[in-house]
Design a protein around this ligand. Structure first.
Ligand code: ATP
Ligand code: MG
Length: 320
């Protein structure tokens, strides 16, 4: 089947291993087979903070991460919210299709509110999943490679598409989520690995930074290493990460380490991560901000052409 793939990231910090095994690896694979859009979700940065911070810097860094992992701008349209007004305009009709009760039920939004540093919860925090529906539907996306936290949002998109089609005219496809080999990679503190939570191994970190981060990772008191995600989640997460980088089963790595304890596990993991990321880090060091700008300028223009067509279709269907 021929898909239109849409996915993206907030420019809130460098991409990490959770992104890689949750969604980036799938993107690199899918770009060879399907039409693909990758969104720099700049307007969604302000869902959980008052100001966008070092937004230009973060956008450039995100672009460099994309290029370093092997996204090919000749095959993929990479663009940003703030450059495509017609996409954002879809938010208005889409918001009319969902109830406040539905917005309040979203489990990912609840989790993000719990981790937000803001004293008051903004309206955007509750409505950004509908904005994501606009992200996915502006290009009539059918496949969305994401981590597990995004599943409720893809459900919102399907709801919006279904209701729009029923109320007005059959304009939108119902997109499917696609999860990666680690739909919810945990960070070094045991919580979801997140750019904003200080618990991530960034793809672009140096080998020494990576070693220091892993050395500080939480483990437990049992010296004998076993893979037991239920009872030993921290150790299991490190084993899984090593397994992903080495293409091996975590159980097998645990057995090999045995009485070597957490210190040996951490040494093995550090080596595995650094080796795995070496080619990406090397490619990244040969790129600069001008490369990033060029990719974004071209992608923004292409995305806007697409968004103009969809908005026109939506207006017509609604009788405007
Ligand atoms: P922030 O803390 O700023 O929200 P984030 O690390 O959650 O950053 P996002 O930009 O929100 O990253 O998410 C980008 C994509 O990466 C989404 O598809 C999301 O599901 C996926 N993703 C993020 N963190 C993980 C993780 N720990 N494991 C698997 N997938 C993840
Ligand atoms: Mg997030």
């Amino acid at each position: 089947m021929n898909h239109t793939v849409l996915t993206g990231d907030r420019p809130t910090g460098p991409l990490h291993l959770g992104h890689y095994f949750g969604t980036l690896a799938n993107r690199v694979r899918l770009q060879e087979l399907h039409q693909m859009y990758v969104l720099v979700a700049d307007y969604q940065v302000i869902t959980d903070r008052d100001v966008p911070g070092r937004i230009q810097h973060n956008i450039t860094e995100l672009l460099l991460d994309y290029l370093a992992i092997g996204l090919d701008p000749a095959k993929v349209t990479i663009f940003q919210h703030s450059a495509v007004p017609e996409l954002n305009q879809l938010l208005l009709p889409f918001l009319s299709l969902v109830s406040v009760a539905e917005l309040k039920r979203n489990p990912t939004v609840k989790d993000e509110i719990a981790h937000s540093s803001q004293s008051a919860v903004s309206g955007l925090m509750f409505t950004y999943p509908v904005h994501q529906a606009a992200d996915i539907l502006f290009c009539k996306g059918t496949l969305v490679p994401v981590g597990k936290d995004q599943l409720p949002h893809v459900e919102v998109t399907r709801l919006v598409a279904r209701r729009f089609n029923e109320r007005y005219a059959p304009v939108f496809p119902l997109p499917e989520a696609m999860m990666g080999s680690a739909p919810l990679l945990k960070g070094l503190d045991g919580g979801k690995m997140s750019k904003s939570r200080g618990n991530a191994i960034a793809l672009k970190a140096t080998a020494d930074e990576t070693a220091a981060l892993i050395r500080a990772a939480r483990t437990d008191a049992d010296r004998h290493i076993t893979y037991d995600p239920e009872r030993r989640p921290e150790v299991a997460n490190l084993l899984m990460l090593a397994g992903l980088c080495l293409g091996r089963a975590p159980e097998e790595i645990a057995e090999e380490i045995g009485d070597g304890g957490a210190a040996r596990l951490k040494r093995l993991l550090t080596e595995a991560v650094n080796e795995f990321l070496h080619p990406m880090r090397k490619l990244r060091s040969s790129l600069d901000a001008a490369d990033a700008r060029e990719v974004l300028t071209a992608g923004n223009a292409r995305a806007r052409e697409r968004a103009v067509l969809t908005l026109e279709e939506v207006r017509q269907a609604m009788g405007f």
